[in-house]
Design a protein around this ligand. Structure first.
Ligand code: C5P
Length: 409
């Protein structure tokens, strides 16, 4: 639980319903909300719904004298640690970018001395309009923070960027802001993390891959970010949305992942969570291989670089903590410990991916054994987000320890 609080400004957009979810999600994370609902916002959600969820009065009108007696807009604008505008409509962004103050929401945005996080939500054309992009640039240069917009189907029937970020992503961005602002335990630490599968091309249409979803790696990236770390997430192709507030590098192949990882170093910690393909086709042709000519019956493969091993065995610039993963189908503990020693990493997070076990690969839950130089710890089965949180906490404890200096140094 934290003592942090936000002032949520709910603009007039169909995405306003997600702001109700946001209030609940933040409450779950110990963040209190107070809310202002714009006049247009009241067309989409009611002040009663908002106040029921915040447990506070919902502020709606600048010129309500009782409100001014109760809490004026200046006081309101400074009553929270962070202002969150969600949905941030094109109109609200335009007003804020130009310092216009003609209602409670815009006056509050002008009066505040607190940082502001915007979650834009609007039609794709409105988002892409030069005026909105200008306002976005102005707000950013004024120090505003942004989460989203996402790309997808829109309520207006169009497709593209403009959908408001999901409540969970906005809550993540709020949590990440508070972690940084309050010097979370990983503030100032740089962590490089690989996630997802790799795709190893055979020809322009085919590739070799595996069932990794990227869920566990993405959850770890989010958990580290929530503790204040600067996270570089190097990801193979996945179908899930990567966490906000991390530096995202997309790659396809193991070799690209290797190059990106080396480039992202030095770091305080490297976590190799990716299910890197151990082998790739020895030759990649630039034309589709014809099955009639038997080209697919005998695929020659060659070994891929081992990213975890390479980083673990770096002579100079090795991250002080290197964590690997081991997906095993039998004798999980024994094979994983052998792997830790063979690769030279500090910790291994082992999990059972045998067909009998619950499916860690692609699923939402995981049961892992953390193997360190001190021994092994079996964690009970839990959601991947919980595994991530626990691992991030362990990493922050480890990085907080004073560095051992060898006698030779
Ligand atoms: O050898 P194995 O693939 O079982 O090792 C798994 C661990 O090694 C994971 O941490 C994975 O991210 C990493 N790995 C890697 N590069 C490879 C193969 C595995 O970084 N080419």
């Amino acid at each position: 639980m934290t003592d942090n609080s936000i002032l949520l400004i709910i603009g007039g957009g169909i995405a306003a319903y997600k702001s109700l979810e946001l209030i609940r999600e933040l409450a779950r994370r110990g963040v209190k909300s107070r809310a202002i609902l714009t006049k247009a916002g009241t067309e989409f959600v009611t002040p009663l719904s908002v106040s029921s969820l915040t447990g506070e009065k919902c502020y709606t009108d600048l010129f309500d004298l009782t409100d001014e007696a109760e809490m004026g807009h200046i006081e309101l604008s400074r009553s929270a640690d962070l202002l969150v505008v969600a949905p941030a409509t094109a109109g609200l962004m335009a007003k804020a970018a130009n310092g216009l103050a003609n209602d409670l929401a815009s006056t509050t945005l002008l009066a505040t001395d607190k940082p502001v996080l915007y979650a834009p939500a609007m039609n794709v054309r409105m988002w892409e309009h030069a005026a909105t992009q200008r306002n976005l640039a102005t707000l950013k240069s004024d120090g505003a923070l942004f989460v989203g917009p996402d790309e997808g189907d829109m309520a207006c029937g169009e497709f593209g960027p403009g959908r408001m970020a999901e409540a969970i992503d906005i809550a993540d961005a709020v949590e990440a802001y508070f972690a940084k602002a309050s010097n979370g335990p990983l503030t100032g630490k740089r962590i490089v993390l690989t996630a997802g599968p790799t795709h190893e091309p055979l020809d322009p249409v085919r590739y070799i891959a595996n069932r990794s979803s990227g869920k566990q790696g993405y959850a770890i990236a989010a958990a580290l970010r929530n503790l204040g770390a600067d996270v570089v997430l190097i990801t193979g192709p996945t179908n899930i949305t990567p966490p906000k507030g991390v530096e995202l590098i997309r790659v396809q192949t193991a070799r690209e992942m290797m190059v990106a990882t080396e480039k992202a170093l030095p770091a305080d910690c490297a976590i190799c969570c990716a299910a890197v393909a151990d082998y790739r086709p020895a030759t990649e042709t630039d034309h589709k291989i014809k099955k009639e000519r038997g080209g697919l019956t005998n695929i020659q493969v060659t070994e891929n670089p081992d990213i975890l091993k390479t980083i673990s065995q770096m002579k100079a610039g090795r991250p002080p903590l290197v964590v690997g993963f081991a997906a095993e189908t039998d004798d999980v503990l024994c094979y994983a410990d052998v792997k830790r020693k063979r690769k030279g990493c500090d910790w291994i997070v082992a999990n059972d991916v045998s067909p009998g076990a619950h499916s860690a690969m692609g699923g939402d839950r995981n049961s892992v054994i953390l193997i360190t130089e001190k021994g092994d710890e079996a964690w009970p089965e839990m959601p991947k987000q919980e595994v991530a949180k626990r691992l991030a906490e362990r990493i922050s404890q480890q990085l907080a320890k004073p560095k051992l200096v060898s006698a030779a140094e």
